[in-house]
Design a protein around this ligand. Sequence first.
Ligand SMILES: [Zn+2]
Ligand SMILES: [Zn+2]
Length: 141
Amino acid sequence: MATRGYCLCKKTSWAYKGDLTWSCYCHCDDCRRNCAAPVVAWLGVPIRNFEWTGDKPRTYESSKGVFRHFCGTCGSPIGFEADHYPGGMHLYAGSLENPEDFKPTFHVNKQSKLSWLHVNDNLDAFEGTLLHTPNDPDGYM
Ligand SMILES: [Zn+2]
Ligand SMILES: [Zn+2]
């Protein structure tokens, strides 16, 4: 059974099979500006289990070796790949078909969190990013 997602106009869409590798919030400035949102929720999946199912996205290299995918029609952010996270596709949780099914399990880049954003949870919060998640030593961020 596949998990699916799509952009605002629904032309760009994706699917993956199996389990996600990790799920988190990112408070970094790049994600914030990319989405014009105070915090961005992410999930990561192995790229071998992933496919684009509608229009292929366009891609912006937001910093060297960091590729942010977005819908070429409506502009919605939809995915992320980076040279330093080989083998993984990162997906914006807001693009999930059923975002209610998503459950973030930690925060990254807590040093960049906006002071007026109040997140009332007890999840682990890390400075910077993680190359490996606490629950999955073979995972990636
Ligand atoms: Zn779109
Ligand atoms: Zn970020």
